[in-house]
Each structure stands twice: as structure tokens, then as C-alpha cells.
Write a protein that binds this ligand. Structure first.
Ligand code: UDP
Ligand code: MG
Length: 314
């Protein structure tokens, strides 16, 4: 019997959790030789997510849960779940059933018989998403793949099933600024990609605002690439070079033609341009510095308030 742990980060998912539970258990009932374990990670939800998790655990001991003291973000939720998972194989899924449980048998087959360490999913369409969001998402994947070593697949979901070995590798990365899409790619291992058409969430609303996604994508770039630092240095060189050419041009013009150049407008433009470039450079360095600062503090990535273990005996 293989134990399969399913890690489910939940933020305000009281409506979707029971549906998720039913759908996943129904899928497992069809599979042979496997035992499921569902770990709901309540990421400081403001609704009855924790209560729902407690009730599901009461009903079915194969359901476990972890509850955070506040909202720490999906990345923290995934990490806590992966750490708690006892399975031989570990899956990460969203609570909203956008990750179809019907793919689980195929994923399990790939990691047990197919010779893969991981079966991951990507959606082929972005149906039901605002077009502007899709546009920026595409741009993000184009940029990050150009400037970083980690192979980050466009449309990749966090929905994946990993072997114990790969999970341990992911857990061995102890960084504070976690960008899982990058970490999964970075650790390597043989990954099988399954594709499916985007499904809309069964209930509730998306927890990601445009701004939150934008910040998350910047985090991804900073965590997996130092190219922006090189770009700002290159920009500095380029501007110096341009200034040198311009200086020569005006010197020759003044010497040969004796033509006094009107200084004020050119001066203002150049000053503003250089000021801007300097601020951009400082900003880029600042972003990296701030990440380094947070990293050196070694704060815990999440704080657990309650798990199903606390409820033993009652
Ligand atoms: N989530 C979380 N913490 C957060 C935001 C989201 O644990 O701060 C969970 C959420 O409950 C869901 C998953 O992450 O299970 C994906 O979120 P959502 O479906 O809102 O994102 P989308 O599918 O729209 O990208
Ligand atoms: Mg979703």
C-alpha cells in the first residue's frame, strides 16, 4: 500500500473544502493499492475553514489539518503541508477543484511505473481569466525564462504529484522568499507534464488580486535571477558611453564652427534622464538588498496555531 498525501492550502475555502474532500475521496475509491491522506492547511482564514477542517477530521481520520496563526500566503501553506506529509508520494492541490482529481490516477501511474519522479500539470488555456491578466502572465513567463536558470513552464499549475525523494529535495531548500514554481524546476528530477483545459473554481472567489500577482512575479524574478542587477550596470555603461560621444560632438562643434550651444534645455533633459537611471539602479539594488535582509533574519516562514494532533482525546 502506498500512502499518498494531498497537501491543500486553504484561505477562506469553507464552501469548497467539503466538495474537494468528496471529489478526491471518490477518485481514491477507484484506485487500487493506495491509501490517501488529505492535509488541509488553513492559512489564517477569516471564515469557517478551520471548523470545516476539524469536522472533516472528526468524520474521517484520513483528513489532517494545520492551522496558521495568521495569513502567511499560499507558499507558506504548501511548505507546511509538505513538511507534515507522511506519504510515499505527495501531491499539492488547490481547494477550489481547479486541479481536477481525475488526473490523479494518471499521475500516480507516471511516478510509479513511468520512471518519473514527478507528474506536474499545466493548463493549455486561460479561459475565464481577465485578458489583461493573461497578457501579463505570458509576459512574465517569457521574461523569467530568458533571465533565470530555473525552467519555469508557462501555464504550470502548482498541482503535482512528487516522489518522497523530490519532496525532500524541495524541503531542503530553506529560503524565506519562496517561489515554488521556480523551486520545483530548480531541484530538477524527471517530470512528466500533463495538460488540461482550465477549469473554473467550484465556489468562492479567487484570492489573488492583480497587485498580489504582480508582487509575486517580482519575487519570482528576484529569487531566481540576478539579471536585473546586470541590466542596471549595463545601462550605466551605456549612458557613460553616450555622454562621451555627446561631449566629443559638442567640443568639435564649438571648436570648428564656434557655435555656442543653448545649454538650459539640454541640461535639464540630461539631468532628469541620469537622475531617473540612477533611481532605477538604486531601486533594483534595493530590492535585492531587502530580500537579503529578510533572508538573514531567519524568521519562521509560518506559525502553527493548531493541528489535528492537538485535538487528540477530545
Ligand atoms: N491560498 C492560500 N493562501 C493565500 C491565497 C490563496 O492558501 O493567501 C490558496 C487558496 O485557498 C487556493 C489556492 O491557494 O486553494 C489557490 O488560490 P486561488 O484559487 O484563489 O487562486 P487562482 O486559482 O485564482 O490562481
Ligand atoms: Mg483557483
Amino acid at each position: 500500500m502506498d500512502l499518498i498525501s494531498i497537501v491543500v492550502p486553504c484561505y477562506n475555502e469553507e464552501e469548497t473544502m467539503p466538495l474537494f474532500y468528496e471529489a478526491v475521496m471518490a477518485e481514491f475509491a477507484k484506485m487500487k493499492g493506495v491509501e490517501p491522506e488529505i492535509i488541509f492547511v488553513d492559512d489564517g482564514s477569516k471564515d469557517k475553514t478551520l471548523e470545516t477542517a476539524r469536522n472533516l477530521h472528526k468524520k474521517d481520520k484520513r483528513v489532517r489539518y494545520i492551522s496558521f496563526s495568521r495569513n502567511f500566503g499560499k507558499e507558506a501553506g504548501m511548505l507546511a503541508g509538505l513538511k507534515a506529509a507522511k506519504g510515499d508520494y505527495i501531491a499539492v492541490m488547490d481547494a477550489d477543484l481547479q486541479d481536477p482529481p481525475s488526473l490523479l490516477p494518471e499521475m500516480y501511474e507516471a511516478v510509479t511505473k513511468g520512471g518519473y519522479d514527478c507528474a506536474a500539470t499545466r493548463r493549455t488555456t486561460r479561459k475565464g481569466e481577465p485578458p489583461i491578466r493573461s497578457f501579463f502572465a505570458r509576459m512574465f513567463y517569457r521574461i523569467i525564462n530568458k533571465i533565470s536558470d530555473a525552467d519555469i513552464v508557462d501555464g504550470a499549475r502548482d498541482f503535482r504529484l512528487m516522489s518522497r525523494k523530490m519532496t525532500d529535495a524541495v524541503l531542503s531548500i530553506g529560503e524565506y522568499n519562496r517561489f515554488s514554481k521556480g523551486i520545483f524546476g530548480w531541484v530538477g528530477f524527471k517530470t512528466k507534464w500533463l495538460e488540461y483545459v482550465n477549469v473554473e473554481r467550484v465556489a468562492g472567489e479567487t484570492k489573488w488580486s492583480f497587485w498580489k500577482l504582480f508582487k509575486y512575479s517580482l519575487e519570482g524574478i528576484v529569487a531566481f535571477s540576478t539579471t536585473p542587477l546586470y541590466i542596471s550596470s549595463a545601462m550605466g555603461f551605456f549612458v557613460c558611453f553616450a555622454a562621451f560621444i555627446m561631449a566629443c560632438f559638442y567640443a568639435i562643434k564649438a571648436l570648428v564652427f564656434g557655435d555656442p550651444t543653448a545649454g538650459f534645455p539640454t541640461m535639464v533633459c540630461i539631468m532628469l534622464f541620469l537622475g531617473g537611471i540612477q533611481l532605477i539602479g538604486i531601486g533594483v539594488v534595493g530590492i535585492y538588498l531587502s530580500k537579503t535582509y529578510l533572508e538573514t533574519k531567519k524568521r519562521p516562514i509560518y506559525i502553527i496555531q493548531e493541528t489535528e494532533e492537538d485535538k487528540k482525546g477530545n
